[in-house]
Design a protein around this ligand. Structure first.
Ligand SMILES: NC(=O)c1ccc[n+]([C@@H]2O[C@H](COP(=O)([O-])OP(=O)(O)OC[C@H]3O[C@@H](n4cnc5c(N)ncnc54)[C@H](OP(=O)(O)O)[C@@H]3O)[C@@H](O)[C@H]2O)c1
Length: 288
């Protein structure tokens, strides 16, 4: 089978590529600038930009299945090109933010707005499809935790007692490979969370144990968090979605409904997903 991996240089895609090679698939890796990326031996790099579908001429030729990175603005045309080239299957990197209740208000749900139009284009295509609706990635913690852990022995985050169910990027990659190569996953939307509830304060404790030294957890208010994220370049509308608009009435309010721990990974892979301790062990150098 020949698989085209879009996002092949990204967090999940770069974990998918070696797994596909291990399973003896032929891998074509899409990048806007393949010269900037290093892919494993045997991978066929191709240039193309999902935002500019006319750059994708020939990219899908001879391909059996595509792992698709979402671009809502061009999804319809990209999917049409995929189908016209004779591709059989699309596995979409989607998100657990996709709202499945048709009556729900999705006006402030940036994740739904970004991913659902792509899901719809894929579902309309007539091709075999699988949606990978990933929850919060553990790897997001690499954006905010390591600097203060290394410099001050501190993690600063909001909602210290609120449990989430973050997922290891390797688990998302496992599910992508299964859906790309195997039958039985078509027409399914998998919710991919981690295997456990864990709070931000508990994450600090896990990192403390792995480093063998105390890492303090300092709780930020929602307003402080928003200010910090904006200073780090997170767009305001994304802050508002991830962390609703702060106001005096929201300070100290609960984060929202408890995160849902999905069993989809265990059902598909036949084993529990990787927990946060495993993720920290896999990335320990970033914290040292
Ligand atoms: N982070 C989370 O908590 C979370 C949760 C749920 C779902 N998700 C979803 O997971 C996906 C992100 O996966 P990731 O973290 O593996 O991505 P990532 O590390 O941000 O990597 C992005 C990849 O996409 C490629 N890319 C971006 N724009 C492109 C374009 N216009 N044309 C072609 N390629 C393009 C980049 O390739 P080049 O730079 O080489 O072109 C890069 O390889 C997204 O769909 C995201 O919404 C994330």
């Amino acid at each position: 089978m020949r698989i085209l991996v879009t996002g092949a240089g990204g967090t999940v895609g770069s974990a998918v590529v070696p797994l596909l090679l291990e399973r003896e698939a032929a891998v074509r890796a899409l990048s806007r600038d393949p010269a900037r990326r290093t892919f494993p031996a045997g991978v066929e790099p191709v240039a193309g930009d999902l935002e500019r579908p006319w750059t994708l001429d020939g990219v899908f030729d001879g391909v059996d299945a595509v792992m698709l990175y979402p671009h809502p603005e061009t999804a319809e045309e990209v999917v049409a090109r995929t189908r016209d080239a004779g591709v059989r299957r699309i596995v979409l990197m989607s998100s657990s933010s996709v709202e499945t209740d048709p009556d729900a208000d999705t006006s402030g749900n940036f994740g739904h707005q970004h991913h659902r139009p792509v899901e719809e284009a894929v579902e309309r295509s007539g091709l075999e499809w699988t949606h990978l609706r990933g929850g919060e990635f553990m790897v997001n913690d690499l954006d905010s935790y390591p600097d203060s852990v290394r410099a001050e022995g501190v993690i600063r985050a909001p909602n210290g007692d609120h449990p989430g169910a973050p997922v290891h990027e390797a688990d998302v990659a496992d599910m992508a490979v299964a859906a790309l190569l195997e039958d039985g996953h078509q027409g399914r939307a998998y919710e991919i969370t981690g295997p456990e509830h864990i709070t931000p304060a508990q994450r600090a404790a896990v990192i403390s144990r792995a480093l063998g030294r105390e890492i303090a957890f300092v709780e930020l208010t929602l307003a402080e968090t928003r200010e910090l994220w904006i200073s780090q370049g997170v767009p305001p509308e994304v802050c508002d979605w991830l962390l609703w608009e702060p106001g005096p009435e929201d300070e100290g309010a609960p984060w929202g409904p408890d995160e849902f721990v999905s069993k989809d990974y265990e059902r598909v892979m036949g084993r529990p997903g990787r927990d946060y301790a495993r993720w920290v062990a896999d990335h320990i150098d970033a914290f040292r």
